[in-house]
Design a protein around this ligand. Structure first.
Ligand SMILES: Cc1cc2nc3c(=O)[nH]c(=O)nc-3n(C[C@H](O)[C@H](O)[C@H](O)COP(=O)(O)O)c2cc1C
Length: 206
């Protein structure tokens, strides 16, 4: 093993101690560090090496407000269609707002199908799309692990996936930007324990 590589025990420690954090210190995440995380993310594997991931660093307070307000309005509209009771709507909207304001930094993660293969039939096209999703999730995971190695904390937040058109409009993003999640990022203000099912409960051998 190259002396420059981390010891496998250190890698295992990194992987097993990352937690989704939902309370952050107000300290900002400096720009060079953000850039390092983004660069680390782009070393993820991707289908055909097409690198379908796209990132939006939500830097300006106005951009964050636009995103939060648009997503909240959409959530409320969706819940009204579901005929959810008003107190549930209020609770969900408050929860959504809290999640998107809890961290000093937000990185929206999306994908673009622009460079992926195109198939004439829906089945293969759907698989191609899945491969873009898989590649993008790997990049997001790399970003989160790099953040953890840098002493930062993250939390994957899924709501943008449910309203990709709203997200695109709120931030003026290209038509081919398909939001997957937003990653909350900052210095942790809580510690979280988590259990996992044993790996042999989820593994078959043949
Ligand atoms: C696809 C995906 C969607 C998630 N969505 C949310 C979310 O919307 N809100 C949230 O607080 N956490 C979300 N999480 C974080 C999970 O709740 C978390 O990873 C899980 O509980 C395991 O905890 P750990 O990451 O601390 O080990 C999501 C994670 C993944 C991978």
């Amino acid at each position: 093993m190259s002396p420059d590589m981390p010891h496998p025990d250190q890698v295992f420690e990194l992987l097993s101690t990352r937690r989704s954090i939902r309370k952050y210190l107000p300290d900002p995440v400096r720009e060079p560090l953000l850039r390092r995380l983004l660069e680390a993310a782009t070393w993820a594997p991707s289908a055909h090496n097409r690198q379908p991931w796209r990132f939006v660093v939500i830097r300006e307070p106005e951009a964050r407000s636009s995103l939060i307000e648009a997503m909240e309005a959409r959530l409320i509209a969706d819940l009204r269609v579901d005929q959810a009771p008003e107190e549930i709507i209020l609770r969900e909207a408050t929860h959504s707002r809290r999640r998107l304001t809890m961290s000093p930094a937000l990185i929206l993660v999306g994908l673009s199908m622009a460079d992926m293969d195109v198939y004439p039939d829906p089945a293969r096209q759907s698989h191609e799309h899945t491969m873009a999703v898989q590649s993008t999730a790997m990049a997001a995971q790399s970003l989160m692990l790099m953040a953890h190695a840098e002493g930062l904390a993250t939390c994957w937040l899924c709501p943008p996936l449910f309203c990709a058109d709203t997200v695109r409009a709120a931030l003026g993003l290209p038509e081919n930007f398909e939001a997957q999640c937003v990653i909350a990022l900052g210095y942790p203000a809580e510690e979280r324990a988590k259990t996992r099912r044993r790996f042999d409960e989820v593994t078959l051998y043949r």
